[in-house]
Design a protein around this ligand. Structure first.
Ligand SMILES: [Zn+2]
Ligand SMILES: [Zn+2]
Length: 389
């Protein structure tokens, strides 16, 4: 009779196809898998609340690949976007700037084609786009929702200002959604580069300018936010990524790429376009938000909850909980300078809660949200008024 523990050992050995012998003798094909070291196929979930009955999508509508001056193959852009929790991307390689031309043939429709299958598998909405790359000023414009990017080939002469208008006209003829990219990029180095110049006025008047980048990469273009409000343009935040995302952004410390939050009626390409045309967007870069007050406020209100007063101490200090339920951050500074007994600053980190201690007699306090821009020079102002339980 075989002891019970040996039966277990025997059956385990048989299960793994090994001879039930003592010692460590492996009769296999000479290979040992180390698959446990593979990075898990895992998507970060960025939690940004839906607002006003719209679904909030995370979009990056400006990025590059080896098909212009980027360093990666188009499918890498899809992988990164999926890992980082994005819903929508547009690959927008330069039309008139092709430094890899000796290695990669010019084919402006190819990045979209190459990325398409993986985008479908990963449920990433992929928009076809191009970056119209004129000399500054007027600079660069993205055309997204284009039909055939090779139609732009004939205007590749970047420094010929006579072709600037034709480049925009060709995109408009394809019913593209056209945005002015990084308007402040050359501020200080090219005179008039960060101005609402007659060229921009002209294309805007003709209905050929629909959006503007307020955040591009690691720059907040505050004046561009004023133009967005004044000229009814969609506010965009984009990465304009050329390298891999992880080499550009300090991701180990909670940073993520600059992106656009879009408030859509439905999660589809049509839904994205409709939201852009209606101006339902906010630019987001880790701790910073920039956009129309209505949408920035809605994001704050859907994220931050102030609980009731649960304790009063003998000195007249009241205690309540203030909670941030989203991955957005809000850096609050007391707006009412004369108001005593409230904290001068409140830093609401992503998905966190803290105790609010204040003089309950004053009831309500107003705070400036220092990292939420509602114009080039103004921040969102919010009221905090914990109610008694
Ligand atoms: Zn550009
Ligand atoms: Zn670019």
């Amino acid at each position: 009779m075989i002891p019970r523990h040996q039966i277990v050992l025997l059956s385990t050995a048989l299960l793994f196809g090994m001879a039930p012998v003592r010692g460590h003798s492996l009769h296999d094909d000479g290979m040992t898998s180390l698959a446990e070291y593979r990075r898990p196929s895992e998507r970060t979930l960025l939690h940004v609340p839906d607002i006003d009955g719209y679904q909030t999508l995370k979009a990056d509508l400006h990025m590059h690949t080896v098909f212009s001056d980027g360093l990666v193959w188009p499918t890498i852009r899809v992988q990164e976007a999926w890992q980082e929790g994005l819903d929508v991307i547009a690959i927008t390689d330069h039309i008139e700037y092709q430094p890899h031309l000796e290695d990669i043939p010019f084919n402006p429709n190819r990045p979209y084609e190459i990325a398409g299958e993986m985008a479908a598998e990963k449920d990433i909405l992929l928009i076809k786009g191009s970056e119209i790359t004129r000399y500054t000023p007027p600079g660069h414009f993205n055309a997204i929702f284009v039909k055939d990017a090779s139609e732009f080939v004939k205007v590749r002469e970047r420094k010929n200002p006579e072709l600037d208008k034709e480049a925009i006209d060709r995109a408009a003829a394809q019913d593209a959604f056209i945005t002015w990219n990084h308007p402040g990029w050359k501020v200080g180095s090219i005179e008039g580069s960060y101005d609402w110049i007659p060229f921009v006025e002209e294309i805007h008047k003709e209905g050929k300018l629909h959006g503007i980048e307020v955040i591009n990469d690691l720059d907040l273009h505050r004046k561009a936010l004023d133009w967005a409000l004044e000229h009814d343009l969609a506010v965009l935040g984009t990465s304009d990524i050329h390298n891999i995302i992880a080499n550009r952004y300090d991701m180990e410390h909670g940073v993520h790429r600059s992106m656009t939050l879009l408030f859509v009626e439905e999660r589809s390409l049509q839904g994205v376009r409709e939201a852009l045309e209606a101006g339902r967007s906010v630019a987001w870069s880790t701790r910073h938000l920039a956009g129309r007050e209505k949408w920035v406020r809605a994001l704050y209100e859907a994220s931050v909850a102030v609980g009731g007063i649960y304790h009063h101490d003998e000195k007249g200090i009241a205690y309540a909980e203030i909670r941030n339920n989203s991955d957005l951050s809000f850096d609050l500074a007391l707006a009412d300078s004369g108001l005593k007994g409230w904290p001068e600053t409140i830093t609401l980190n992503p998905r966190s809660s803290q105790t609010l201690e204040f003089r309950s007699r004053s009831g309500t306090a107003r705070y400036v949200v220092k990292n939420a821009y509602i114009s080039g020079s103004e921040h969102l102002v919010v009221e905090i008024s914990p109610e008694k339980n």
